[in-house]
Design a protein around this ligand. Structure first.
Ligand code: MF3
Ligand code: CO
Ligand code: CO
Length: 268
């Protein structure tokens, strides 16, 4: 396996793309309210990316081998939808939880990040799923340093999510990212400490755990993209793009409005 190490120039460009992706989420956050459709959220984000940022929405017409082109500019995954939800005429209602996944291309480089949003007033169980998933992502990020392994990242995420009574989706994973949307390596969100590839400074990849309230099994809808939980339990996901530095990690998908790293004091 050849994991490409980014040059200082490439890292600088990835920082810009990462910040821009996060700023799309800052922009859309106040719009995520009962009554709006996922299609309207897509349109607002699309116009912001294209007209304000001058970025390219990477999902639009993205077609990996075996897939039909993705028809929209962002992914909107509501409640039991795990990932890759296609925006459309679904109206968000109070109590929904929704993941908005943004990938922009700026000057040829990708930034990829997603957050969970509470619509109106979700149940305590739904909120807890979102919070545990956020913390699981961060526990994975905090493993990142030269010499750590991919298994260390996966294990930290799996241990916390399963220890909280939830399950980890196995079929989708984080990924290297750069000039291409999905590069090597694959970042599994489960695993054993000390196993797998060793991290080196200059690697850039995403960490994006999908956590189900019920069983880990998933199913793809007839649209060829949307992934849902088989048991219809709620699912949550958070995503950051992360750089391996000489001393640890640097999160590239940061902006004014991005939720802060959880403090140790708030550990559940
Ligand atoms: N943004 C997703 C990821 O984190 C990929 C979405 S592919 C799309 O890897 F085509 F559905 F947009
Ligand atoms: Co990603
Ligand atoms: Co993404």
């Amino acid at each position: 396996m050849t994991i490409q190490l980014k040059t200082p120039e490439e890292i600088a460009a990835m920082r810009v793309a990462g910040r821009l992706a996060s700023e799309v989420l800052d922009f859309i956050a106040p719009h995520v309210r009962p009554g709006i459709t996922t299609g309207e959220l897509d349109r607002l984000c699309h116009d912001y990316m294209v007209d304000v940022q001058r970025t390219i929405p990477a999902p639009l017409n993205y077609a990996p081998p075996g897939y039909t082109p993705f028809p929209k500019s962002i992914c909107t995954s509501v409640n039991h939808q795990v990932c890759h939800g296609i925006p459309g005429n679904r109206v968000l209602k109070s109590g929904d939880i929704v993941n908005l996944d943004i990938t922009v291309i700026k000057d040829g480089f990708h930034g990829d990040t997603s957050r969970m949003f509470c619509v109106g007033d979700p149940s305590i169980a739904a909120r807890r799923l979102c919070e545990v998933t956020f913390r699981a992502m961060w526990l994975g990020i905090e493993q990142v340093r030269p010499g750590a392994t991919l298994g260390d990242i996966g294990h930290a995420i799996q241990r916390f999510a399963e220890g909280s009574g939830f399950s980890i989706v196995r079929e989708f994973c984080g990924h290297g990212i750069g000039r291409r949307f999905h590069e090597e390596p694959q970042i599994l969100h489960y695993g054993r400490p000390g196993t797998g590839e060793r991290l080196e400074p200059g690697m850039i990849f995403t960490i994006e755990p999908m956590v189900n309230a019920g069983k880990r099994d998933i199913r793809e809808l007839g649209d060829g993209w949307t992934i849902v939980t088989r048991d219809h339990s709620l699912s949550a996901q958070w995503e950051h793009t992360v750089l391996v530095t000489e001393s640890g990690f640097d999160v590239l998908t940061v902006s004014e409005g991005c939720p802060a790293r959880p403090s140790l004091a708030s550990a559940a």
